[in-house]
Design a protein around this ligand. Structure first.
Ligand SMILES: Nc1ncnc2c1ncn2[C@@H]1O[C@H](COP(=O)(O)OP(=O)(O)OP(=O)(O)O)[C@@H](O)[C@H]1O
Length: 704
């Protein structure tokens, strides 16, 4: 296969030179075996010349078209993608390097021992074919003693044969498992570094279901790769050994003629084979989307149930399933017609050719083949027929494996795309559908820019634009600063970019301009409105993302955690849930308010220098809110709060106010004065609303 992948790079001229060299070597060393090899190589090279000539023609057409357009030669990426092209081999090699990382790797050792068993099985089959011929010959000749001896051998061979078969399937499963482990580890290392899991889903459109790719497609790729090796290596080996043995008893010409007819019919079949690889990739994608819709239904079951949204959800699910099934049915139909063609050609047409080949030594004298008695003919016929059956079965499997290679191509394409996109986003290149406003020259200029991020003891934004992943410029140049002890309140209408500011601060979104100065990531802690509760014990909810060992290393104990819980008045949860080690689906077990208190307890456990509180007290009482803010301040945590609650103003020194039109004000917050002004404004608003009624009444009184 490796040789095949290299051959397309040869020009027609160099292949013709190879043919003439080959012919002169053959003419100098004529033997029956070299004749068979010469003819087989000749057929392969004739095929190559055809391929090279058509490739040359296609390439000159491409160049002519490019010249017409004045764009020069087309870059490789723009070429029309075909199933088993160079791209596939390149991707496969890349994945193989991950699955089999080195000469000393366990996978290579497994592959070698698998190959040894493959050779052993072919040799045993060859021996069985000869034994079969001999047994029938002894029967025809009436030699009872030899027949019985042969039968004993037959049974003896069964021991290594059955062991070899079991070892082969064991090796195949083990290899598939090893490949999957290597790939999954490799992908996990990349996917969970540099926040790639976030960037892949939020900042890039190219991968829809990374979860499906990692869990299902990697497993299918590994299976397909392990199966393909035994489904190709064994039949190829079988074909080589059986054809060599056959050529000794039926002659090279017969075998050459048969190979020629088989090659031609195989080429016709290949041309008529639908692109199964693409079908498989599409099917996997549709399966993923369907599964994703179901998992959304589970994730938001409560919200959907309260909206009575089952009809709308059913519509979406039915649509997803219908699209999938329509595609699967299309594949089924194609497979049906393809199956008829395959069966006809491989089983019946090639079977008839095989019978003709077996009859050669019966009707013609083949030089070097001894004896022409009834017994000899029977023995040679039975042996040849068995070898031919096995050889044609092997060839059939190689042919069928074209479908498997196409399927492997489908999985290879999906897994490689995932790796390519991961590499791309890690290098800072994202592809997302932009909003129409991103097309304006002004916004495009912002998007082209790059800002600076520097580490410092405090937080300072200088002329930093806030740009959403789809290119919407929310604020053109934002400037503010937060020094230790100076708590900042952030207010503004929905969607103006309050949370986005934290995404930039947390390094999730790129900095398109200006300068961001911030402390190391470990000094900033984030609490969202809907806190994230991980899987695991109650203890782990409080210390997340620390592990229990990290907690012990920090010198913290369960008693410390209990004290923290008592600050937010939820210490009873420990007993109610059955202790610190109790495990549950915490988002279901704890109410919204309790979850927010757990998140606050988490903040007190970590006690970072800065904390971002994004509407994280919306479900707790004012009293608990006060306790939370007092405790955070006592621990020396500087707070940046997003909230619409007036009750929180008094805890902050500065305010960053957005107007939702791209403008902002950053100033000192005098909570008392601001509250007075707000009260006065509200009163005046009320009076203003009463004016039309007063005017109407005055008019009535004037008229009366
Ligand atoms: N992953 C994303 N992809 C595309 N657009 C996004 C993404 N995340 C946020 N946005 C957009 O960025 C804009 C600002 O979002 P942000 O979450 O900062 O709003 P906010 O001011 O916090 O609003 P709210 O008060 O409603 O929470 C919104 O228009 C939102 O649609």
């Amino acid at each position: 296969m490796a040789a095949q992948s290299k051959l397309p790079t040869m020009s027609a001229g160099s292949i013709k030179r190879l043919v003439s060299d080959l012919t002169s070597v053959y003419l100098k060393n004529r033997t029956r075996i070299s004749r068979t090899m010469y003819l087989t190589l000749l057929i392969a090279l004739i095929h190559r010349i055809r391929g090279a000539v058509s490739e040359q023609k296609a390439s000159s057409v491409r160049q002519a078209e490019a010249r017409k357009k004045g764009t020069g030669p087309a870059p490789a990426g723009e070429r029309k993608k075909v199933e088993l092209n160079r791209e596939f081999f390149r991707n496969l090699m890349r994945l193989l390097r991950i699955c089999i990382p080195g000469w000393r790797s366990k996978e290579l050792k497994l592959l070698i021992s698998h190959s040894v068993f493959l050779v052993l099985r072919t040799l045993i089959s060859l021996y069985v074919a000869e034994l079969d011929g001999k047994l029938v010959s002894h029967l025809v000749r009436g030699r009872g003693k030899e027949f019985l001896k042969g039968l004993v051998w037959w049974m003896a061979v069964a021991i290594p044969a059955t062991f070899t078969n079991s070892m082969l399937s064991y090796h195949q499963c083990k290899l598939s498992l090893q490949y999957r482990t290597r790939l999954t580890n490799y992908i996990h290392n990349k996917y969970l570094s540099q926040m790639t899991f976030y960037t892949l889903s939020a900042l890039d459109d190219r991968i829809k279901n990374a979860d499906q790719l990692i869990t299902v497609d990697v497993a299918k790729f590994s299976n397909s790769l392990a199966e393909l090796y035994s489904n190709i290596a064994k039949p190829v080996l079988d074909m080589a050994i059986y054809n060599y043995s056959l050529s000794r008893s039926v002659g090279g010409e017969g075998l050459f003629f048969m190979s020629l007819v088989v090659q031609l019919s195989a080429s016709v079949m290949r041309a008529l084979t639908p692109p199964f690889g693409r079908y498989v990739a599409d099917e996997a994608r549709l399966e993923g989307e369907f599964r994703f819709q179901h998992s959304r239904l589970i994730d938001y079951s409560e919200e959907i149930a309260l909206y009575h949204g089952q009809e709308a959800e059913k519509d979406t699910l039915d649509k997803g399933y219908f699209t999938l099934i329509k595609h699967v049915n299309r594949i089924l139909r194609r497979r049906f017609y393809h199956g008829i063609m395959e069966d006809f050609v491989i089983k019946y047409f090639w079977g008839a050719l095989g019978l003709m080949l077996c009859s050669v030594p019966v009707f013609f004298k083949v030089p070097g083949v001894a004896g022409n008695t009834m017994g000899d003919r029977t023995e040679s016929f039975v042996t040849n027929r068995r070898m031919l059956l096995m050889s044609s079965d092997a060839f059939g499997r190689v042919m069928f494996s074209y479908k498997e290679i196409s399927e492997l191509a489908g999985y290879t394409a999906r897994v490689s795309t995932l790796l390519d996109v991961i590499d791309d986003v890690q290098a800072g290149h994202f592809e997302k559908k932009l909003v129409s406003s991103a097309d304006t020259e002004e916004n495009a200029e912002v998007l082209r820019g790059r800002g600076t991020v520097i580490e410092g003891p405090d937080i300072e934004f200088t002329d930093v634009p806030i740009v959403s992943p789809n290119g919407d410029v929310l604020v053109r140049a934002l400037s503010f600063s937060v020094h230790p002890g100076e708590h900042m309140l952030i207010v503004g209408p929905n969607g103006c970019g309050k949370s986005s500011l934290f995404r930039i601060l947390g390094g999730l979104w790129p900095v398109y301009g200006g300068t961001v100065r911030k402390p190391p990531f470990s000094d900033i802690f984030y609490i969202p409105q809907r806190p994230y509760l991980s899987r695991g014990s109650l203890r782990q909810q409080i210390i997340y993302p620390d592990s229990v060992r990290e907690m012990r290393d920090k010198g913290a104990t369960d008693a410390d955690l209990f004290r923290i819980l008592s600050v937010v008045e939820i210490e009873h949860v420990v007993e109610r849930q059955g202790g610190w080690d109790a495990e549950a689906e915490w988002t279901d077990v704890l109410s919204g308010g309790l979850q927010q208190r757990v998140a606050m307890a988490r903040l007190f456990y970590h006690a970072p220098k800065y904390a971002i509180l994004d509407e994280c007290t919306s479900s707790v009482t004012l009293e608990i809110e006060r306790v939370m803010y007092d405790e955070a301040k006592r621990l020396g945590i500087t707070l940046m709060t997003v909230s619409h609650r007036r009750s929180l103003w008094k805890y902050h020194e500065n305010i960053l106010q957005f107007d939702g039109q791209g403008n902002f004000v950053f100033t000192r917050l005098d909570a008392e004065r601001r509250l007075q002004l707000e009260d006065e404004k509200e009163e005046l608003d009320l009076q203003l609303r009463a004016v039309p009624d007063i005017e109407r009444r005055i008019a009535e009184l004037t008229a009366a």
